[in-house]
Ligand binder design. Structure first.
Ligand code: ZN
Length: 325
Protein backbone atom coordinates (compact mmCIF):
# COMPACT_ATOMS: atom_id res chain seq x y z
CA UNK A 1 0.00 0.00 0.00
CA UNK A 2 1.48 3.30 -1.05
CA UNK A 3 -1.31 5.51 0.26
CA UNK A 4 -3.78 7.62 -1.65
CA UNK A 5 -2.95 9.59 -4.76
CA UNK A 6 -4.57 12.98 -5.28
CA UNK A 7 -4.09 14.79 -8.59
CA UNK A 8 -6.43 17.79 -8.33
CA UNK A 9 -6.03 20.02 -5.29
CA UNK A 10 -5.54 23.80 -5.51
CA UNK A 11 -2.70 24.82 -3.22
CA UNK A 12 -3.73 28.48 -3.15
CA UNK A 13 -7.21 27.44 -1.93
CA UNK A 14 -6.02 24.83 0.58
CA UNK A 15 -5.00 27.02 3.50
CA UNK A 16 -5.66 25.20 6.78
CA UNK A 17 -8.79 26.74 8.31
CA UNK A 18 -7.21 27.69 11.66
CA UNK A 19 -4.35 29.37 9.78
CA UNK A 20 -6.74 31.12 7.42
CA UNK A 21 -8.63 32.53 10.40
CA UNK A 22 -5.43 33.64 12.11
CA UNK A 23 -4.13 35.35 8.95
CA UNK A 24 -7.50 36.94 8.16
CA UNK A 25 -7.83 38.29 11.71
CA UNK A 26 -4.27 39.67 11.65
CA UNK A 27 -5.20 41.59 8.51
CA UNK A 28 -8.52 42.84 9.90
CA UNK A 29 -10.51 40.83 7.34
CA UNK A 30 -12.42 38.77 9.91
CA UNK A 31 -13.55 40.03 13.36
CA UNK A 32 -11.17 39.12 16.17
CA UNK A 33 -14.17 37.90 18.13
CA UNK A 34 -14.79 35.04 15.64
CA UNK A 35 -13.91 31.63 17.07
CA UNK A 36 -12.78 28.79 14.79
CA UNK A 37 -16.22 27.07 14.93
CA UNK A 38 -17.92 30.39 14.11
CA UNK A 39 -15.56 31.04 11.22
CA UNK A 40 -16.08 27.49 9.93
CA UNK A 41 -19.84 27.98 10.09
CA UNK A 42 -19.65 31.25 8.16
CA UNK A 43 -16.90 30.46 5.68
CA UNK A 44 -16.95 26.80 4.70
CA UNK A 45 -19.35 26.02 1.86
CA UNK A 46 -20.81 22.54 2.06
CA UNK A 47 -24.22 23.06 0.51
CA UNK A 48 -24.99 23.96 -3.12
CA UNK A 49 -24.25 27.62 -3.60
CA UNK A 50 -27.14 29.98 -4.06
CA UNK A 51 -25.17 32.69 -5.75
CA UNK A 52 -21.80 33.01 -7.35
CA UNK A 53 -20.99 36.13 -5.35
CA UNK A 54 -20.69 34.14 -2.12
CA UNK A 55 -18.24 31.71 -3.64
CA UNK A 56 -16.22 34.48 -5.27
CA UNK A 57 -16.05 36.37 -1.98
CA UNK A 58 -14.69 33.25 -0.31
CA UNK A 59 -12.10 32.72 -3.04
CA UNK A 60 -10.97 36.34 -2.76
CA UNK A 61 -9.93 35.88 0.88
CA UNK A 62 -7.02 33.62 -0.14
CA UNK A 63 -4.96 36.10 -2.19
CA UNK A 64 -5.62 38.69 0.51
CA UNK A 65 -3.97 36.57 3.21
CA UNK A 66 -1.29 34.91 1.04
CA UNK A 67 0.59 38.18 0.85
CA UNK A 68 4.15 37.37 1.91
CA UNK A 69 6.61 34.59 1.00
CA UNK A 70 6.76 33.27 4.57
CA UNK A 71 2.96 32.95 4.63
CA UNK A 72 2.99 31.04 1.34
CA UNK A 73 5.72 28.73 2.63
CA UNK A 74 3.71 27.99 5.77
CA UNK A 75 0.48 27.45 3.81
CA UNK A 76 2.22 24.99 1.46
CA UNK A 77 3.82 23.07 4.29
CA UNK A 78 0.54 22.79 6.18
CA UNK A 79 -1.41 21.83 3.05
CA UNK A 80 1.03 18.94 2.50
CA UNK A 81 0.72 17.95 6.13
CA UNK A 82 -3.08 18.00 5.97
CA UNK A 83 -3.13 15.80 2.86
CA UNK A 84 -0.58 13.47 4.43
CA UNK A 85 -2.78 13.09 7.52
CA UNK A 86 -5.61 12.06 5.17
CA UNK A 87 -3.44 9.17 3.99
CA UNK A 88 -2.20 10.71 0.75
CA UNK A 89 1.34 9.84 -0.29
CA UNK A 90 1.31 10.98 -3.93
CA UNK A 91 0.09 14.53 -4.24
CA UNK A 92 -0.19 17.00 -7.07
CA UNK A 93 -0.87 20.56 -6.03
CA UNK A 94 -1.68 23.27 -8.53
CA UNK A 95 -1.80 27.00 -8.18
CA UNK A 96 -2.33 30.09 -10.28
CA UNK A 97 0.49 32.64 -9.97
CA UNK A 98 -1.87 35.26 -11.43
CA UNK A 99 -4.60 34.56 -8.89
CA UNK A 100 -2.40 34.24 -5.82
CA UNK A 101 -0.60 37.54 -6.51
CA UNK A 102 -3.75 39.42 -7.56
CA UNK A 103 -3.85 41.26 -4.24
CA UNK A 104 -0.24 41.28 -3.03
CA UNK A 105 1.37 42.00 -6.43
CA UNK A 106 4.30 39.83 -5.32
CA UNK A 107 6.64 38.84 -8.15
CA UNK A 108 5.48 35.47 -9.47
CA UNK A 109 8.87 33.92 -8.85
CA UNK A 110 8.44 34.61 -5.12
CA UNK A 111 5.31 32.46 -5.08
CA UNK A 112 7.11 29.55 -6.71
CA UNK A 113 10.12 29.87 -4.40
CA UNK A 114 7.92 30.05 -1.31
CA UNK A 115 5.48 27.28 -2.22
CA UNK A 116 8.35 25.04 -3.26
CA UNK A 117 10.13 25.72 0.04
CA UNK A 118 6.97 24.64 1.92
CA UNK A 119 6.77 21.46 -0.13
CA UNK A 120 10.44 20.70 0.52
CA UNK A 121 9.99 21.22 4.26
CA UNK A 122 7.07 18.79 4.20
CA UNK A 123 9.08 16.24 2.21
CA UNK A 124 11.85 16.55 4.82
CA UNK A 125 9.40 15.69 7.57
CA UNK A 126 7.44 13.09 5.55
CA UNK A 127 10.00 11.38 3.30
CA UNK A 128 7.41 8.98 1.85
CA UNK A 129 5.41 11.90 0.41
CA UNK A 130 5.78 12.57 -3.33
CA UNK A 131 4.52 16.03 -4.16
CA UNK A 132 4.76 18.43 -7.09
CA UNK A 133 3.30 21.63 -8.49
CA UNK A 134 1.20 22.31 -11.59
CA UNK A 135 1.15 25.87 -12.96
CA UNK A 136 -2.31 27.28 -13.70
CA UNK A 137 -3.23 29.96 -16.21
CA UNK A 138 -6.46 31.60 -15.02
CA UNK A 139 -8.86 32.16 -17.91
CA UNK A 140 -10.79 34.81 -15.93
CA UNK A 141 -7.70 36.99 -15.67
CA UNK A 142 -7.55 37.53 -19.41
CA UNK A 143 -5.50 36.40 -22.36
CA UNK A 144 -2.41 38.38 -21.29
CA UNK A 145 -2.37 36.59 -17.96
CA UNK A 146 -2.59 33.22 -19.73
CA UNK A 147 0.31 34.23 -21.97
CA UNK A 148 2.30 35.30 -18.91
CA UNK A 149 1.48 31.97 -17.23
CA UNK A 150 2.71 30.06 -20.27
CA UNK A 151 5.97 32.06 -20.29
CA UNK A 152 6.39 31.56 -16.54
CA UNK A 153 5.77 27.84 -16.84
CA UNK A 154 8.23 27.42 -19.71
CA UNK A 155 10.89 29.44 -17.92
CA UNK A 156 10.57 27.27 -14.81
CA UNK A 157 9.53 24.04 -16.44
CA UNK A 158 11.89 21.91 -14.36
CA UNK A 159 10.19 23.12 -11.18
CA UNK A 160 6.65 22.32 -12.33
CA UNK A 161 5.24 18.92 -13.19
CA UNK A 162 2.61 20.24 -15.59
CA UNK A 163 0.41 23.07 -16.84
CA UNK A 164 -3.33 23.70 -16.43
CA UNK A 165 -5.92 26.26 -17.51
CA UNK A 166 -8.70 27.00 -15.02
CA UNK A 167 -11.48 29.51 -14.43
CA UNK A 168 -14.68 30.32 -16.26
CA UNK A 169 -14.83 27.96 -19.25
CA UNK A 170 -18.18 29.28 -20.47
CA UNK A 171 -17.11 32.89 -20.82
CA UNK A 172 -13.58 31.99 -21.96
CA UNK A 173 -13.88 28.76 -23.98
CA UNK A 174 -10.89 26.44 -24.30
CA UNK A 175 -10.83 26.65 -28.08
CA UNK A 176 -9.52 30.23 -27.76
CA UNK A 177 -6.21 29.09 -26.30
CA UNK A 178 -4.84 26.69 -28.93
CA UNK A 179 -2.24 29.11 -30.27
CA UNK A 180 -1.17 30.39 -26.87
CA UNK A 181 -0.69 26.87 -25.48
CA UNK A 182 1.22 25.63 -28.52
CA UNK A 183 4.71 26.20 -27.02
CA UNK A 184 3.68 24.21 -23.94
CA UNK A 185 2.55 21.32 -26.14
CA UNK A 186 5.70 21.58 -28.24
CA UNK A 187 7.83 21.52 -25.09
CA UNK A 188 6.39 18.08 -24.36
CA UNK A 189 4.91 19.25 -21.07
CA UNK A 190 2.22 17.34 -19.18
CA UNK A 191 -1.08 19.16 -19.62
CA UNK A 192 -4.35 19.00 -17.72
CA UNK A 193 -7.20 21.41 -18.46
CA UNK A 194 -10.27 22.31 -16.41
CA UNK A 195 -13.09 21.36 -18.80
CA UNK A 196 -16.56 19.86 -18.86
CA UNK A 197 -17.37 21.22 -15.42
CA UNK A 198 -19.55 24.27 -16.09
CA UNK A 199 -19.54 23.80 -19.87
CA UNK A 200 -20.49 20.81 -21.95
CA UNK A 201 -18.58 18.22 -24.01
CA UNK A 202 -17.28 20.83 -26.52
CA UNK A 203 -15.04 22.19 -23.80
CA UNK A 204 -13.51 18.74 -23.25
CA UNK A 205 -13.11 18.17 -26.98
CA UNK A 206 -11.26 21.51 -27.27
CA UNK A 207 -8.97 20.63 -24.35
CA UNK A 208 -8.00 17.37 -26.05
CA UNK A 209 -7.86 18.53 -29.66
CA UNK A 210 -6.42 22.04 -29.32
CA UNK A 211 -4.63 22.18 -25.97
CA UNK A 212 -2.87 18.84 -25.79
CA UNK A 213 -4.55 17.72 -22.57
CA UNK A 214 -3.92 14.15 -21.46
CA UNK A 215 -5.90 14.79 -18.30
CA UNK A 216 -9.06 16.78 -17.70
CA UNK A 217 -10.01 18.62 -14.52
CA UNK A 218 -13.57 17.46 -13.77
CA UNK A 219 -14.80 16.45 -17.25
CA UNK A 220 -18.12 15.34 -15.77
CA UNK A 221 -20.19 16.67 -18.65
CA UNK A 222 -18.37 14.30 -21.00
CA UNK A 223 -21.17 11.97 -19.96
CA UNK A 224 -23.44 13.87 -22.40
CA UNK A 225 -21.48 12.73 -25.47
CA UNK A 226 -21.08 9.00 -26.17
CA UNK A 227 -18.50 9.59 -28.91
CA UNK A 228 -16.41 11.60 -26.46
CA UNK A 229 -16.67 8.83 -23.86
CA UNK A 230 -15.29 6.37 -26.39
CA UNK A 231 -12.39 8.70 -27.25
CA UNK A 232 -11.59 9.25 -23.57
CA UNK A 233 -11.52 5.49 -23.06
CA UNK A 234 -9.59 4.63 -26.22
CA UNK A 235 -6.97 7.34 -25.71
CA UNK A 236 -6.97 6.80 -21.92
CA UNK A 237 -7.53 10.48 -21.21
CA UNK A 238 -7.71 10.80 -17.45
CA UNK A 239 -10.58 12.55 -15.64
CA UNK A 240 -9.89 14.22 -12.30
CA UNK A 241 -13.33 14.05 -10.67
CA UNK A 242 -14.21 16.18 -7.64
CA UNK A 243 -17.76 15.23 -6.53
CA UNK A 244 -18.06 17.45 -3.42
CA UNK A 245 -16.84 20.48 -5.34
CA UNK A 246 -19.33 19.69 -8.12
CA UNK A 247 -22.22 19.65 -5.66
CA UNK A 248 -21.26 22.89 -3.91
CA UNK A 249 -20.73 24.78 -7.16
CA UNK A 250 -23.94 23.25 -8.53
CA UNK A 251 -22.07 21.68 -11.46
CA UNK A 252 -23.59 18.32 -10.43
CA UNK A 253 -26.08 18.30 -7.59
CA UNK A 254 -26.82 14.65 -6.95
CA UNK A 255 -24.09 12.27 -5.77
CA UNK A 256 -26.18 9.22 -6.65
CA UNK A 257 -26.15 10.14 -10.35
CA UNK A 258 -22.63 11.60 -10.44
CA UNK A 259 -20.85 10.01 -13.43
CA UNK A 260 -17.68 8.92 -11.56
CA UNK A 261 -18.87 5.29 -11.36
CA UNK A 262 -20.03 5.24 -15.00
CA UNK A 263 -16.66 6.55 -16.20
CA UNK A 264 -14.80 3.94 -14.18
CA UNK A 265 -17.06 1.07 -15.27
CA UNK A 266 -16.73 2.20 -18.91
CA UNK A 267 -12.93 2.00 -18.74
CA UNK A 268 -12.09 5.71 -18.61
CA UNK A 269 -9.28 6.36 -16.12
CA UNK A 270 -10.69 8.54 -13.35
CA UNK A 271 -10.06 9.34 -9.70
CA UNK A 272 -11.47 11.22 -6.71
CA UNK A 273 -10.12 14.61 -5.65
CA UNK A 274 -10.93 17.45 -3.26
CA UNK A 275 -10.37 20.48 -5.56
CA UNK A 276 -10.60 23.32 -3.01
CA UNK A 277 -10.55 21.93 0.55
CA UNK A 278 -9.96 25.42 1.98
CA UNK A 279 -13.44 26.41 0.81
CA UNK A 280 -15.39 23.16 0.92
CA UNK A 281 -13.88 21.81 4.17
CA UNK A 282 -13.61 18.38 2.53
CA UNK A 283 -11.02 15.63 2.79
CA UNK A 284 -10.18 12.84 0.39
CA UNK A 285 -11.80 10.46 2.86
CA UNK A 286 -15.07 12.41 2.48
CA UNK A 287 -14.89 11.88 -1.30
CA UNK A 288 -14.19 8.16 -0.83
CA UNK A 289 -17.11 7.85 1.62
CA UNK A 290 -19.51 9.39 -0.91
CA UNK A 291 -18.24 7.16 -3.73
CA UNK A 292 -18.63 4.08 -1.58
CA UNK A 293 -21.86 4.85 0.23
CA UNK A 294 -23.86 7.02 -2.18
CA UNK A 295 -22.54 6.11 -5.63
CA UNK A 296 -22.21 2.42 -4.78
CA UNK A 297 -18.59 2.08 -5.90
CA UNK A 298 -16.93 -1.07 -4.51
CA UNK A 299 -13.79 -0.89 -2.40
CA UNK A 300 -11.95 -2.76 -5.15
CA UNK A 301 -12.92 -0.13 -7.71
CA UNK A 302 -11.97 2.71 -5.37
CA UNK A 303 -8.55 1.08 -5.01
CA UNK A 304 -8.42 0.74 -8.79
CA UNK A 305 -9.10 4.45 -9.23
CA UNK A 306 -6.19 5.31 -6.92
CA UNK A 307 -4.02 2.94 -8.88
CA UNK A 308 -5.07 4.73 -12.09
CA UNK A 309 -4.33 8.12 -10.49
CA UNK A 310 -0.83 7.01 -9.62
CA UNK A 311 -0.34 5.64 -13.11
CA UNK A 312 -1.45 8.93 -14.69
CA UNK A 313 0.38 11.20 -12.24
CA UNK A 314 2.63 13.85 -13.76
CA UNK A 315 5.20 13.15 -11.02
CA UNK A 316 8.21 11.36 -12.40
CA UNK A 317 9.82 8.27 -10.99
CA UNK A 318 6.80 6.72 -9.31
CA UNK A 319 6.65 2.95 -9.27
CA UNK A 320 3.26 1.70 -10.34
CA UNK A 321 2.48 -1.95 -9.96
CA UNK A 322 -0.84 -3.70 -9.93
CA UNK A 323 -1.26 -2.96 -6.23
CA UNK A 324 0.43 0.41 -6.31
CA UNK A 325 -2.57 2.28 -5.08
ZN1 ZN B 1 -10.03 22.70 -9.88
Amino acid sequence: MTGFTELHRHLDVSVRLSTLLELAQERGLVPLSDSLPEFRQKFILNEPMRDLATVLANFSLFPQVLDRPEVLERAAFEACEDAYQEGTRTLEFRYSPGFVTSHSKLPWIDTLDAFEAGLLRAKGLYPDLSVGLICIGSRDLGIDSIAESVDFFLKHQTRFIGMDLAGDEAEYPNRLYGEIMKPVVQAGASITIHAGEASGPDSVWAAIEYLGATRIGHGIRSIEDSQLLTVLRDRQIFLENCPISNRVTSAWLDYATHPFKTFLDFGIPVSLNTDDPGIFGNTLNDEIGIAREVMGVSDANIRKSFHLARKHSFLKGLTVDEYGN
